[in-house]
Write a protein of this length. Structure first.
Length: 140
């Protein structure tokens, strides 16, 4: 159930990120509420596990601040919120695959002249792709 909730969240965020370049706070609040319900229904209401799962996203929020939002706050908050439903190993795996895919896409776009180094790509679709990859591969 956790994977379905995360996937629906990432699909919605991907759509909004590509279309509007932002994700409304209400989407994050709804995901937090749904996550809490899932965690309680699955009997995993351990605050310590949530906090550990959110560490990669919290680190990303700090990086967003330090880099003056080269990585958007919304992307970082999404990563942190995934930690409510996923263990930190899963969050790290999803992020690693997402970063790898966006790197390759950006590289191909620059080589073909479709993008410059200064261009910004929406990260949510790549995070979603990373999630699909990790879930289907059963990496963690």
């Amino acid at each position: 159930m956790s994977q379905v909730v995360v996937m629906v969240f990432l699909i919605l965020c991907s759509y909004l990120d590509v279309k509007y370049r932002r994700v409304p706070v209400s989407v994050y609040l709804i995901f937090m509420l749904m996550s809490a319900v899932v965690v309680v229904c699955e009997g995993r209401a351990d605050l310590g596990t949530w906090m550990i799962g959110m560490i990669p996203g919290i680190i990303m929020i700090v990086i967003s601040f330090i880099s003056h939002e080269k990585i958007g706050y919304g992307d970082s908050v999404s990563i942190a919120l995934m930690g409510i439903l996923y263990k930190y190993e899963m969050v790290l795996s999803v992020c690693a695959v997402g970063f790898g895919i966006i790197f390759l896409a950006g590289l191909i776009m620059m080589i073909t002249g479709k993008a410059k180094l200064s261009d910004r790509l929406p990260f949510m679709p790549f995070l979603m792709a990373g999630n699909v990859w990790v879930v289907l591969a059963g990496v963690v």
